[in-house]
Design a protein around this ligand. Structure first.
Ligand SMILES: Nc1nc2c(ncn2[C@@H]2O[C@H](COP(=O)(O)OP(=O)(O)O)[C@@H](O)[C@H]2O)c(=O)[nH]1
Ligand SMILES: [Mg+2]
Length: 211
């Protein structure tokens, strides 16, 4: 499915959605990224959108960040933000194995809604400061990211470790896939033009023969 890209005030807008089980630290990661502070309590039922201007690889952009909340069962809403998002941060907590399993489910849901597996995604294992409570190894996270074909980070929203990297890497993924799609389109239109040229040449020859 084609996603319309938007610009605002001359800046390219990137629509980013954070997904994952409740309590893994989606809001904490978002708040750290946007306000550079760790908010220990964030109402788990509040879903909110944030805007952040960024400069990545010399290019300015505006991130529209949707910090989702609540149950994945609300399918109408879930489908809507899965359709509207250009890039997804799928989060789990390294201290919670169920959240790791849910990350794989979330990826399947995005693919089902988008009808493609070529979606910009970054996989995040958060709370890596809680090493003594670790239930999911780094290797397992890396293996899942390989399966997804996406970048992977273990982060700490509490310590602000690798928080910027997650958002910046996702923007790079969106840009990379966009360029690939553009190249593919150019290749296809060149091929079409070539075919049209050949076809018109043939019909010319045929006409000449007839004359
Ligand atoms: N130690 C630690 N706690 C975290 C981290 N990120 C989030 N938390 C805590 O985990 C709980 C849930 O975080 P929250 O951002 O509300 O999760 P959400 O439901 O996914 O948005 C809160 O008590 C946070 O303070 C982290 O990186 N390290
Ligand atoms: Mg939250």
């Amino acid at each position: 499915m084609e996603i319309q890209t938007t610009t605002r005030g001359g800046m390219r807008v990137y629509k980013i959605v954070l997904l994952g089980q409740g309590g893994v630290g989606k809001s904490a990661l978002t708040m750290q990224f946007v306000t550079h502070s760790f908010i220990d309590y964030h109402d788990p039922t509040i879903e909110d959108a944030y805007q952040q201007q960024v400069r990545i690889d010399g290019e300015t952009g505006l991130l529209d960040i949707l910090d989702t909340a609540g149950q994945a069962e609300f399918t109408a809403m879930r489908d809507q933000y899965m359709r509207g998002g250009e890039g997804f941060i799928i989060c789990y907590s390294i201290t919670d194995r169920r959240s790791f399993q849910e990350a794989a489910e979330v990826k399947k849901l995005i693919e089902r809604v988008r009808k493609t597996d070529d979606i910009p995604i970054v996989l995040v294992g958060n709370k890596y400061d809680l090493e003594n409570m670790r239930k999911v190894s780094k290797e397992e996270g890396e293996a899942l990211a390989r399966e997804f074909g996406c970048p992977f980070f273990e982060t700490s929203a509490a310590l602000r470790h690798f928080v910027d990297d997650v958002f910046h890497t996702l923007v790079r993924e969106i840009r990379r896939k966009e360029k690939e799609a553009l190249l593919e389109m150019e290749k296809r239109s060149k091929k079409k033009q070539r075919m049209q040229r050949i076809r018109s040449l043939f019909s010319l020859k045929r006409r000449n023969k007839c004359e």
